[in-house]
Design a protein. Structure first.
Length: 317
């Protein structure tokens, strides 16, 4: 993107024909389409679908609802591809040099697959950013229909101030989110033991864990001061710990599964934490505080429940 491609004007200037007049569908450069798709987390797909369906409605004088079709893009994409095939077929009848209509299934299946990747937990879910790739075949065909010299293609491909401001605001947030899922920043969620770094394991083995003890889940109460306080579920016991800020000494409360008399669970809301009180047969008790984000509290509690001896009282509030 060069400074020469940055415009302060609207879609059309004074005394100029609207760039949308005579355009077929919604042409835009593949570069801008890809960048905007990534930095809007796919919201630009909805906008692009919407503009294409607006063209179809006006062309056919039909009563379709462009926004509804755009919102359900993964389902309506094959309809758009078929419409594009029909438009190209009409132009072929007019003896324009266009290739035979390509398959609808391939791009549609690709879009369905990549759009569903957002459901994956953690870093793999960010592969959903590639959902724009299966839309590129249709985009290139639309661009070919209009031609690189068309006013619509030039106008839609131009970078305006609002686009640049969006990228400036979105880039740091997107980077932080991806870095958090990549484990570059401490997390405030319940995490599996496999997510522990070598430095984390070294600290736990020195301060808390017994020889041969394996961490199943852990929760840091203060994400940016990871090991000042937190909860652990290991293959041998549950642990609550807190480190004194002045001396650095770690105070540990724990209960082996066989020593637990009862467990009381107060389920938190989406903005709260789940509190788990573990009462020991000796009369002592410890309290675990678990984040509800991504259902981590349920994973922790379910695993704890599987390891409790038969007959242990479990109360949920």
């Amino acid at each position: 993107m060069s400074l020469g491609s940055l415009s302060l004007e609207g879609e059309s200037g004074p005394n100029h024909e609207s760039p949308g007049e005579g355009a077929r569908y919604y042409p835009v450069s593949t570069f801008k389409f890809g960048v905007m798709s990534v930095f809007t987390l796919g919201a630009y797909h909805i906008y692009w679908f919407y503009k294409n369906w607006c063209y179809v409605r006006e062309r056919d004088q039909s009563d379709i609802w462009p926004f509804v079709r755009a919102f359900f893009g993964p389902l309506t994409y094959p309809l758009l591809l078929r419409d594009l095939n029909d438009e190209e077929a009409q132009l072929r009848d007019e003896e324009l040099q266009l290739a035979a209509a390509p398959s609808v299934f391939g791009p549609w299946a690709g879009y369905l697959l990549t759009s569903s990747l957002w459901r994956l937990p953690g870093l793999p879910g960010w592969l959903g950013l590639l959902a724009f790739v299966p839309l590129l075949p249709a985009l290139r065909r639309i661009n070919a229909l209009n031609g690189p010299a068309s006013a619509a293609f030039a106008s839609h491909s131009r970078w305006r101030v609002r686009h640049v401001l969006l990228l400036i605001l979105a880039a740091p947030l997107l980077g932080l989110l991806i870095a958090g899922d990549a484990g570059l920043f401490p997390s405030d969620e319940v995490q599996p033991g496999s997510a522990l770094s070598s430095a984390d394991r070294a600290f736990l083995q020195e301060a808390i864990l017994k020889h041969g003890e394996d961490v199943l889940y852990f929760q840091a109460e203060y994400p940016f001061s990871r090991w000042d306080a937190g909860s652990l579920l290991t293959d041998q016991r549950v642990v609550a710990f807190r480190r004194e800020p002045d001396t650095g000494k770690v105070h540990v409360q724990s209960a082996t599964f066989s020593s637990i008399r009862s467990v009381t669970i107060e389920v938190g809301s989406a903005l709260d934490v789940t509190s788990v009180r573990v009462d020991k047969r000796s009369g002592a008790a410890l309290v675990l505080r678990l984040s509800t984000s991504e259902g981590g509290d349920r994973l922790f509690v379910d695993e704890l429940g599987r390891r409790l001896p038969f007959g242990t009282a479990v109360r949920v509030r």
